[in-house]
Design a protein around this ligand. Structure first.
Ligand SMILES: C[S@@+](CC[C@H](N)C(=O)[O-])C[C@H]1O[C@@H](n2cnc3c(N)ncnc32)[C@H](O)[C@@H]1O
Length: 248
């Protein structure tokens, strides 16, 4: 099964898992994503790999003037009346030719836990660069580079450093439905940053969110998972040619 077919099968289970009170998305990821996205009032947004589009709707409710969501699974919520939200089936490896994106530019582009599925991350990032309005920002959330290194080290009985530098894609049974197998790239910090710079971005903020004390006490199984696998990393990037020299 291709990764695209896997997601068509998995999306409902993913969204059901994400909606649970103890999902990491609800406990820490969405808050951290919103922190990097910042004030959306009056801003146009493109959400790449948008899932069922719930976050696109939330961004419009937060004041975004318009939101377009693109996802390969093509299984979307119906946006409430009065919000300028449009959700389209599409592949993040083919953003250049998506009819809904031709001639468009966006103030904010988000790629939340989806970039690893790109056939060629560099090509996808370059396409995103062409869709970003001058002065705009790109917010990326991904599995933390240490996360799959730990898992591979455990599974293969090899040292962490060796597992971290394996460049082959990771394949694993999805936590939301173990009948579906997912495959995607595993990054090192270097490839993550170099891919962005190579596509014409600089990184202006990075977050590695952790649970609040209250959430640690309430959901110790989630803290145990985070203590073992580190979790997620979020990066906010801007256009390299807008990078100012530091003040002397
Ligand atoms: C882990 S989910 C994240 C969904 C959403 N961004 C969120 O933060 O809740 C990954 C998403 O990427 C989408 N996806 C996977 N491969 C894709 C592709 N080639 N093109 C577009 N979307 C893709 C999946 O359908 C799924 O909705």
């Amino acid at each position: 099964m291709t990764s695209n077919d896997a997601w068509k099968r998995l999306l409902d289970d993913y969204e059901a898992g994400r909606a649970k009170p103890d999902s990491l998305d609800r406990l820490l990821e969405w808050d951290a994503q919103c922190q990097l996205i910042g004030d959306l009032r009056g801003r146009s947004v493109l959400d790449v790999g948008c899932g069922n589009g719930s976050k696109a709707v939330e961004m419009a409710v937060s004041g975004a003037s318009s939101v377009i969501g693109i996802d390969v699974a093509g299984q979307f919520v119906t946006p409430p009346d009065g919000l300028d939200v449009h959700l389209h089936q599409g592949d993040l490896s083919e953003l250049d030719s998506h009819p809904a994106l031709i001639g468009r530019r966006f103030d904010v582009i988000t790629v939340l836990m989806a970039l690893g599925y790109a056939r060629d991350v560099n090509a996808t990032l370059k396409a995103i660069r062409g869709l970003l309005q001058p002065g705009g920002c790109l917010v990326i959330a991904r599995a933390h580079p240490i996360r799959f290194a730990v898992e591979r080290a455990e599974q293969q009985g090899i040292p962490l450093g060796e597992a971290y530098h394996q460049s082959t894609p990771v394949t694993y049974r999805a936590g939301w439905n173990d009948e579906v197998t997912l495959t995607h790239r595993a990054e090192t910090f270097a490839t993550m940053i170099n891919d962005l710079v190579g596509a014409g971005f600089y990184v202006d903020e990075i977050l590695e969110p952790q649970l609040s004390q209250e959430a640690r006490e309430r959901y110790p199984h989630k803290q145990a998972w985070l203590s073992r696998y580190v979790g997620v990393i979020l990066l906010r990037a801007r256009l390299l040619d807008e990078c100012r020299a530091p003040a002397r």
